[in-house]
Design a protein around this ligand. Structure first.
Ligand code: 3HC
Length: 315
């Protein structure tokens, strides 16, 4: 059963110290769920390039931790004292640094920086230089090739994809991605590790978008194409998929939530690289909104107007 699998996962793992590079939307969540693991406990080295981005990441982690622990206090699962002690314990397992040299003792490093292949290649080269040869290097990329990063690192057998979902704290899945040069032991170890941070790992091969985004992103694009053609209003398209297909968010809300710039960069990259794949298309409205700075929830406007998590219809 599940508990036996979990125990096995724990026994298999040799991972003790985990590095995370990039403390944005995804990276801060990876730091948090790793530091929250209790069996085994991990130490986390959280790296970002500037003092401002480190401060912003720290603040996000702090707020999200408080939110989760306050919720447990309200439900009566934790006393206020226990919640404060847990928060202190979790926070004390995280250290922050602005240089990758701080990752020298890590057993696993997860990269969650900007989705630009050249910048990722250069980071992977640096990571292979500063970490031990047996350290596993993972990318949280949603649409780029793991093999290309593996080759760029010069340590291809130890490079995998560990793809989390937004919000990392709540979404239960991690796609563990291997390519033809991945060491099978490394791959199994990553799946075990994902279980210890409370996630369900699925095995993926190195294809565009792996499993989730290969299905999800073309679906978001189809929702946008419907809007472009005037086949339905923003609200009706979303309500249809919420109430008719049981999705927690309709496609246009979800696109706003993910970030329209992210959606555009995924689709643009795929269209360029796989021009013959008919499900990879860039809707006009997506290009227009991004060009106008309407990036979805993070910029305050996309298909909807956003105030934090609150969404209202654009008049
Ligand atoms: N940290 C801590 N707590 C959080 C949190 C966070 N980041 N976000 C929300 N919470 C808390 C909320 O405060 C809330 O607590 P409360 O009940 O005490 O107020 C609790 O978690 C539940 O939040 P909600 O009431 O908002 O929960 P919902 O039931 O509405 O679910 C959701 C929210 C999980 C985001 C749900 O709407 C959902 O599943 N949406 C779809 C998300 C999705 O598809 N994500 C994948 C995007 S694609 C991707 O990531 C891949 C990329 O590569 C493109």
């Amino acid at each position: 059963g599940a508990s036996r699998r979990w125990q096995l996962a724990r026994e298999l793992s040799t991972i003790k110290q985990v590095g995370v590079v990039g403390l944005g939307l995804m990276g801060h969540g990876v730091v948090q769920v790793t530091a929250m693991a209790s069996s085994p406990e991990y130490t986390v080295v959280a790296v970002d390039g500037s003092k401002d981005s480190i401060d912003a990441g720290k603040k996000r982690i702090d707020q999200s931790l408080s939110k989760m622990l306050d919720r447990k206090v309200k439900k009566g699962v934790l006393t206020e004292g226990d919640a404060a002690a847990q928060k202190e314990g979790i926070s004390s397992r995280i250290s922050y640094a602005s240089d990758v040299s701080a990752l020298a003792d890590c057993d696993l490093v997860v990269e969650a920086i900007t989705e630009n292949p050249e910048i990722k290649f250069s980071l992977f080269k640096d990571l292979a230089r500063v970490t031990r040869p047996d350290c596993i290097l993972a990318s949280n990329t949603s649409s780029l090739s793991i093999k290309e990063m593996a080759v760029a690192s010069g340590r291809p057998s130890h490079v995998v994809g560990l793809h989390f979902f937004n919000p990392v704290q709540l979404m239960k899945l991690v796609e563990v991605v291997r390519c033809d040069v991945t060491d099978p032991v490394v791959f199994e170890e990553c799946k075990s590790w994902a279980q210890t941070v409370g996630k369900h790992p699925v095995s993926c091969v190195d294809t565009p978008g792996f499993i989730v985004n290969r299905l999800l992103v073309p679906g978001l694009a189809q929702g946008m194409l419907m809007y472009d053609r005037g086949d339905g209003s923003v609200e009706d398209i979303d309500k249809s998929m919420e109430l008719g297909a049981g999705h927690p968010m309709g496609p246009l809300t979800l696109a706003d939530y993910v970030g329209l710039d992210i959606c555009l960069s995924i689709l643009d990259g795929w269209v360029q690289k796989y021009p013959d794949e008919p499900s990879f298309v860039v809707p006009e409205c997506l290009r227009e909104k991004v060009a106008a700075g309407k990036l979805g929830r993070k910029s305050g406007e996309g298909f909807y107007l956003w105030d934090g998590d609150k969404r209202t219809t654009v008049a």
